[in-house]
Ligand binder design. Sequence first.
Ligand SMILES: C[C@@](CO)(OP(=O)(O)O)[C@H](O)COP(=O)(O)OP(=O)(O)OC[C@H]1O[C@@H](n2ccc(N)nc2=O)[C@H](O)[C@@H]1O
Ligand SMILES: Nc1ncnc2c1ncn2[C@@H]1O[C@H](COP(=O)(O)OP(=O)(O)O)[C@@H](O)[C@H]1O
Length: 269
Amino acid sequence: MISFANAKINLGLSVTEKRQDSYHNIETIFYPVQLYDVLEFNEASDYAFETYGIDIPENGDNLCTKAFNLLKSDYPEIQPVHIKLLKNIPVGAGLGGGSSDAAFVLKALNELNNLGLSSIILQDYASRLGADCAFFIDNKPLFAEGIGTTFSEVDVNLSNYFIVIIKPDIHISTAEAYASITPQIPQVDLKRAIQLPIQEWKYHITNDFELGIFEKYPLIQDIKRKLYEKGALYACMSGSGSSVFGIFEEKINLDDLNTLGKVYYPTEL
Ligand SMILES: C[C@@](CO)(OP(=O)(O)O)[C@H](O)COP(=O)(O)OP(=O)(O)OC[C@H]1O[C@@H](n2ccc(N)nc2=O)[C@H](O)[C@@H]1O
Ligand SMILES: Nc1ncnc2c1ncn2[C@@H]1O[C@H](COP(=O)(O)OP(=O)(O)O)[C@@H](O)[C@H]1O
């Protein structure tokens, strides 16, 4: 079996409160984008995991293995599997690649072993692997609050626009980004603001991580500025960074910005 685990961008993000459990409450809109990791699952006598493509900094077990172990601990009947991951989504980019891999492993194991787990149950397992992970179960645009795992529907469709993502050679740790932020009550109702014409988003929709991250890494702010200079209707850092996305009315080639970072053009498979 082959799964294509896509990335996400955050259309706006407010960090509203620090919680007792050391996490933060946030408000954001998760939007899936067509930039993919590839996961191949083959029958095996013992569990095995291999990765190719972009290097993943070691930080304990890979999230794919964590996902396998988590589900196996509750469902011992799960068959061993050999997982091959082709890593294309940049790491430490705010694109949720690791979380997506983990969510797609949960979904694949559910299917391969006929476990019949519902979306809600899979979301619960996913949220134990990472706050971002639960969104990738249903993998459709969603407004998220709480730690990013309480969802409600949102009507936003960018399929007629062209999205470009630029990832500078900067790795940002999510935990570090949260540690250096001062939570505040949002000035704007994101769910309402997203209903405005996209040309107006830049006046209303912000990402609270930008302030601190731009100060520390001015290159990331330069990328956002460049995207507007090139005609983006809206540009914003994704999640805790370091990638920045621009939404354009029409297809555009931004290869000349590759001195600032790697330029990605997410497209349907
Ligand atoms: C900021 C966001 C926005 O979508 O994504 P990224 O930019 O990393 O992709 C998410 O909130 C990231 O979610 P995720 O990357 O899954 O975080 P986790 O692995 O659960 O947590 C990593 C660390 O980030 C902090 N953390 C995470 C989520 C949250 N709501 N509050 C937090 O304070 C905690 O210190 C935690 O130990
Ligand atoms: N399959 C995976 N892909 C990417 N990162 C992974 C994976 N498994 C574990 N990780 C760890 O998760 C960290 C953050 O991953 P990722 O989700 O790509 O970043 P971001 O928080 O920017 O969305 C990495 O630094 C790495 O140590």
